[in-house]
Design a protein around this ligand. Sequence first.
Ligand code: 5CU
Length: 386
Amino acid sequence: SATAKKLLVDVHSHVYLPRYASLLRSRSSVPKICSVTTSDGIPQERLLILNHEPSGGRPVGSQYWDREEKLKFMDKHGIDVSIVSTANPWLDFLSAPDAQLLASELNNDLEQYCSTSPRTSNCNYAIKRLYGFGLLPLVPEITTSAALDIVSQITQLPHLRGLIMGTKGIGRGLDDAALDPVWDAIEKAQLVVFLHPHYGVNAEVWGEENNGHVLPLALGFPFETTIAATRIILSGVLDRFPSLRLLLAHSGGALPALSSRLASCIDHDPIVASRLKHDARYYLGKLYLDAVAYGPEELGFASDVIARADRYNPQSSSTPVLSRSIGSKRMLFGTDHPFFPPLTSTEKWKSVVENLEAIDRVQGWSQEDRDGVCGANALALFNLIQ
Ligand code: 5CU
């Protein structure tokens, strides 16, 4: 499979499918898309999804919904395959019946979007250029059976290989025991859960200076993921569902840097100390991280922390091998397209080039490790080569 190993696969790539964009256009409150006329008299659509969007929202266009634009972006950056997911805030703002109906419709739409995409030419295998993460109707008041119906739908759509999930669950977060049947079904179906932030943290901590979206996106998003993943670990989800495959956005946020502190806090807490089967650091080795960290040092460090998990695995050999190579097997290239477009026109997007260069420059990763992070790990995780 030498040719297959060289494929570049983007696991963090978003879309607002036309049906979802129409819904956003029909809304008068955030999240919404509204139409404005610029000072030059040009009509423009604007996207408002986050708190404190610049007045009138951010310009939004066909790169958010048009499949041809996605493919052009992929061609420009040498990306062979993308695993596409609906962008935040998914279905979070809908009633349970609306969320269930739209989840089902959008999953079918995404299957169509992927299944009718061209075949990858750079490979001997019959791989399409687009695969997808489906959506679950995880909103308050959804019934377990409604959520399970959608897990089952996703499982039956051949180009959907996982699902994207925010951090709210059905209103009480992802450590809610009511989600156990959902985790169970996802684990049995071998779907990959892409855990992605939207809400950040309490905006009061950002102060009064106008820093645009820098603080919520650079810190708030990854801290939200850090908290959600930590709550999953603390609730024992990964003990009860040890084969669950969780892919954390933005390289797991701060979790790799804080996992030893987390382990120590658990050890010293009378309520939690005896709850988990393993040291907290063990669970880091069960996670997958996207490689959307923009720097080689951060990628190298995250891969060290993943590799170290073996030391806390009672099943492992008595002399655990600590190697960045082992950690790299759980890291996967991503772009965050169509977010983070360049501010001035450039041939390639800086956000993409930086992430590729970071993968290229991690000390201690072999060429095979880099090829793995760029594509081979994704081909295996999403079962793209059968
Ligand atoms: O720039 C942004 O707002 C975002 C967003 O909302 N979601 C995302 O995945 N990346 C960037």
